[in-house]
Design a protein around this ligand. Sequence first.
Ligand code: MG
Ligand code: ZN
Length: 222
Amino acid sequence: MLFVIDFDGTLARKDTVDAMLEKFAPADWEDIEQEWLAGRITAVECMQQQIRMVKADHIAIENFFRAIELDDAFLPFYRHVSAFAKVAIVSDGLDHAIHVATKHAGLPEIPAYANRLHFVPEGIDISFPHINPQCNAGNGVCKCAVARDLSGMQDMPVVLVGDGKSDACLARSADVVFAKSSLLRHCCEQGIAHIPFDTFDDVLTTVKTWNTSLPQQAVNLA
Ligand SMILES: [Mg+2]
Ligand SMILES: [Zn+2]
């Protein structure tokens, strides 16, 4: 079994990219957000433009990433599931934010797949090593492709835990979807079976009822 864990708004309590823009970018980053929400630019174009608006030095950004608040219930969840499943953090946010925040929280090293952050003299920039032009979701990280690669030949069942727009492409193909916030609304609208959750405590409670194989009733619960 493979657990695909979203970062912003799921493992991290808030969206760290938005919080970073609020702190370090001029207020018109929100205009670009509106362009994306209205479908006039892709998620990738939106992120690239916004990330380039960040004006801060390396130390200020590192400190900001260290202060990212994570869901306390994640570690007990991770300890339980890593005994029988693969776990990966798959995020359409920034790789360095994930590395710094998880290390600072004392979490074990968990494989992470995200957009790459680059420090440049004026601030930061972003590149997209996990982009997939074949997926029409238009995200920087195509979660359905990453999950396909990681679950690989063994045809492992995939469990998605997520909260937002970047989780939508994988929600269609995952065997089980734990959903909150806008992903929850998306699943309801699209008729995608899902299990609502708030924290990893809820996810763990459900997973404990599964034994170690993926139960059909979990898929049909929602
Ligand atoms: Mg998210
Ligand atoms: Zn995709």
